[in-house]
Ligand binder design. Structure first.
Ligand SMILES: Cc1ncc(COP(=O)(O)O)c(C=O)c1O
Length: 413
């Protein structure tokens, strides 16, 4: 232990400058040097988000009776989300702290509903393609559900539908597809997958955490995607993160249900302590008012036109990047039409390439299968793309010449 809790306080100005010094080695996301983690949509958006967050930073979303402002804002965020994802009348939802919490909540709702219908959930399972997010493993572990992962095709990176269907058995309570999956960037075959669930009266969840607030605007730019939302009658719930391509402050996601009847199983209702009955819609007790306010503000600030304009910038950047990658001899894996790009070169060592880019001030993402790089493009990458391609060319030459220092490990944590 090297730092003790200081006896005396320190002036804010000193602390502020210490914190700025600490941030000096952080990745420069304002200039698009990151492959993931930060979704920077410009200084004006950041200002709106920061000010809105600051205005409601002390308010508590746990007690919306005391803060009707937060209730109005959360209700409106959910209504805007349901509208965006074409939910039917009677649909419902809530905000949560992020994709992982939204997924935990949907899995909880599914499990508790199954139990309420008399299903033996002690041996329940969920089916999810190999491409699905590890948050489902967390949920499975916490709730005592078996998780069955089914293969994806090596070339298209899409789930193998026959294997997905074959995995269904009498203990299945939940089926999952992604729109898009994080590693592949590909929107999965949600119409076919959700229909497999619907015909068996099983719950189907679309994980649109990463792409939910991007895909509808990419479609407005002319990108063609399979239907990934509530227009599929088999889709019973969706998760979509506002703190990613919604450009909101960290700590904001939406979890949505086809009906209130499905959503009611998300709640926890406890009346076994001296303070009386406590009903909470999400996993949290205290909920940051700032996260709700910032999401409401940015959605209204940008509007669908603003999000579509950002999507167009990203799609143009993607086209430029893809052309540059092909020129350098890289292969782009899978037919991701959105903002995620997964690319590599046969015979070129991933750790070396990642290390050589990192040495040049970049922090790209990576995949283990295939061993390749992975970038999630944001509006900030528009100005960065020329430099990125120059550095990528140099990094590639260095690795081919055996001169690069390989990264010790490339992982998401
Ligand atoms: C498809 C998908 N689902 C879920 C998550 C988890 O979201 P969070 O990191 O906000 O918990 C992510 C995060 O990148 C994701 O890409």
């Amino acid at each position: 232990m090297s730092k003790s809790f200081p006896e005396k306080g320190t002036p804010w100005e000193d602390l502020k400058s210490q914190m700025a010094t600490m941030a000096a080695d952080d990745i420069d996301w304002r200039h698009g040097r990151n492959g993931y983690n930060v979704f920077f949509a410009g200084e004006d958006v950041l200002k709106v988000v920061k000010e809105a967050y600051g205005m409601f930073m002390s308010e508590n979303g746990l007690n919306q009776g005391a803060f009707p402002s937060l209730k109005t804002m959360e209700d409106e965020v959910v209504e805007m989300a349901l509208d965006l994802f074409k939910a039917p009348d009677g649909a419902a939802g809530s905000m949560s702290s992020g994709g992982t919490e939204s997924i935990l909540l949907a899995v909880k709702a599914c499990r508790d509903r199954a139990a309420s219908l008399g299903k033996d959930i002690s041996c329940a399972n969920m089916i999810i393609p190999y491409s699905g997010h590890p948050a489902f493993n967390k949920a499975a572990h916490l709730m005592g559900i078996e998780i069955i992962r089914t293969p994806i095709d090596e070339t298209t990176r899409l789930p193998d539908l026959a294997a997905y269907e074959a995995a269904i058995n009498e203990d299945t309570i939940l089926m999952v597809g992604s729109a898009p999956a994080f590693p592949t960037g590909v929107v999965e075959q949600i119409p076919e997958m959700s229909e497999m669930a619907r015909t068996r009266d099983l719950w189907f969840h679309v994980d649109a955490c990463v792409g939910g607030y991007f895909a509808p605007f990419a479609e407005r730019c002319g990108v063609e995607l399979p239907a990934y939302n509530f227009t599929n009658p088999g889709v019973w719930s969706m998760s979509a993160d506002l703190h990613k391509f919604g450009y909101a402050a960290k700590g904001a996601s939406t979890v949505l249900y086809r009906s209130e009847e499905l959503m009611k199983h998300q709640y926890t209702d406890v009346d076994c302590w001296p303070s009386g009955r406590m009903v909470t819609p999400t996993l949290a007790g205290t909920r940051p008012g700032g996260g709700i306010a910032a999401a409401w503000a940015v959605m209204n600030y940008l509007g669908q036109e603003g999000y579509t304009a950002k999507a167009q910038v990203i799609l143009d950047t993607r086209a430029k990047m893809e052309a540059g990658l092909k020129r350098l001899g890289f292969e782009v894996y899978g037919d991701s039409k959105l903002m995620i790009i997964n690319f590599g070169v046969e015979g070129v060592e991933l750790y070396g390439l990642w290390g050589a880019l990192h040495a040049r001030g970049w922090w790209p993402g990576a995949t283990s299968q295939p061993p390749a790089l992975h970038m999630m493009l944001t509006p900030a990458h528009e100005a960065a793309m020329d430099d990125f391609l120059v550095d990528l060319e140099a990094a590639l030459a260095e690795v081919k010449a055996g001169k690069a220092d390989a990264a010790e490990e490339v992982r998401y944590s």
